[in-house]
Ligand binder design. Structure first.
Ligand code: NAD
Ligand code: ZN
Length: 341
């Protein structure tokens, strides 16, 4: 079957032929319809230090997708051939303390689809049936294809009560923008998002941010004054991984504020811990999505009218993947979809 894989230890991703994956007794076989390119795929494409230390030779990459179940193992219940699904890309162990307690997103033995095991940039994907998420008919394919990063946005945004709150989102990447849309949808008051990329800030405004601030040109505190925010933000969602952005968040949070951190900093990140202590801030780290509460919330948010369509700015046949990666690398995009059928 056709697949996109990391065939060489250098920047790039290559189209190749690989064997169709084998289906174990608890697995489902998914025929891939559409995939989306994630920031993680871009790291693998660019072959940065993390990718060099993590990705085995020849790995089929990709973990954002929608497809149709075409086969399943003998032990699988609850799915049938023809079901349209996306899937949770974190495969959990099932035997650690958190897994056995039902806190599966906190599994300490997680492996990643398209990172540690063959991924979704292929005609077929095999995952444990447990990880498949059946989609209602009223969720369009293009939206289902971005459920993985949408789930990061939903898990982070819904970590704290947002109703009537003033929310700061640092980083208007695809995930930050979707978090802004979620925050508005569930009833936040001001949703201020920051970035240094005007294309993405414009997209964030379109998706419902109250204010989109280019921090290379404008002072965040001036914006807060214009909005009449005298005390500070109630909730912070860190979605850039940029230390300066996190420091500006600590600066502008109100006392008792709550921060959810999704962005991955490049290395050690120095902050003024006195701000955390004397403001009494609560900081929560976020990894992935809650299995499967986040998935149910995602479906419900779409069904209650949250429109993510503007997030998909580019769509192309999978053969044009090179162009897709270049667009993602340029920063002049929302999500880029590759069509497989
Ligand atoms: P992205 O790289 O597309 O977005 C990050 C954005 O931050 C970019 O638009 C960039 O221009 C912006 N930025 C740069 N400097 C800034 C500054 N000073 N202030 C504000 N913004 C600034 O990434 P994404 O795909 O949207 O993901 C967001 C973050 O979450 C990344 O760090 C990613 O690695 C991380 N991530 C974490 C998880 C997890 O499970 N914890 C999952 C997916 C992604
Ligand atoms: Zn586990």
């Amino acid at each position: 079957m056709k697949a996109l894989a990391k065939l060489k230890a250098e920047p790039g991703i290559w189209q190749t032929e690989v064997d169709k994956p084998e289906v174990g007794p608890n697995d489902v076989l998914i025929r891939i319809k559409k995939t989306a390119i994630c920031g993680t795929d871009v790291h693998i494409y660019k072959w940065d230090e993390w990718a060099q230390n993590t990705i085995p030779h020849g790995m089929v990459v990709g973990h954002e997708y929608v497809g149709v179940i075409e086969g399943m193992g003998s032990e699988v219940r609850g799915f049938k051939v023809g079901d349209r699904v996306s899937g949770e890309g974190h495969i959990t162990c099932g035997y650690c303390r958190n897994c056995r307690a039902g806190r599966v997103h906190l599994c300490r033995n997680t492996t990643g689809v398209g990172v540690n095991r063959p991924g979704a940039f292929a005609e077929y994907l095999v995952i444990p049936a447990y990880n498949a998420f059946k989609l209602a008919d009223n969720i369009p394919d293009n939206i289902a294809a971005i459920f993985d990063p949408f789930g990061n946005a939903v898990h982070t945004a819904l970590s704290f009560d947002l109703v009537g709150e003033d929310v700061l989102i640092t980083g208007a990447g695809p995930i930050g923008i979707m978090a802004a849309a979620v925050a508005r949808h569930v009833g936040a008051r001001h949703v201020v998002i920051t970035d240094v990329n005007q294309y993405r800030l414009d997209l964030a405004l379109k998706m419902g941010a109250t204010r989109a601030v280019d921090v290379s040109k404008q002072n965040l505190k001036d914006v807060m004054n214009e909005l009449g925010m005298t005390e500070g933000f109630d909730v912070g969602l860190e979605m850039s991984g940029v230390p300066a952005a996190f420091r500006s968040m600590l600066d502008t949070m109100n006392h008792g504020g709550k921060i959810a951190m999704l962005g991955i900093p490049p290395s050690d990140m120095a902050v003024d811990w006195n701000k955390v202590i004397f403001k009494g801030l609560v900081i929560k780290g976020i990894y992935g999505r809650e299995m499967f509460e986040t998935w149910y919330k995602m479906a419900s948010l779409i069904q209650s009218g949250l429109d993510l369509t503007p997030m998909i700015t580019h769509e192309m046949p999978m053969e044009n993947y090179q162009e897709g990666f270049e667009i993602m690398c340029s920063g002049q995009s929302g999500k880029v979809i590759l069509n497989w059928s």
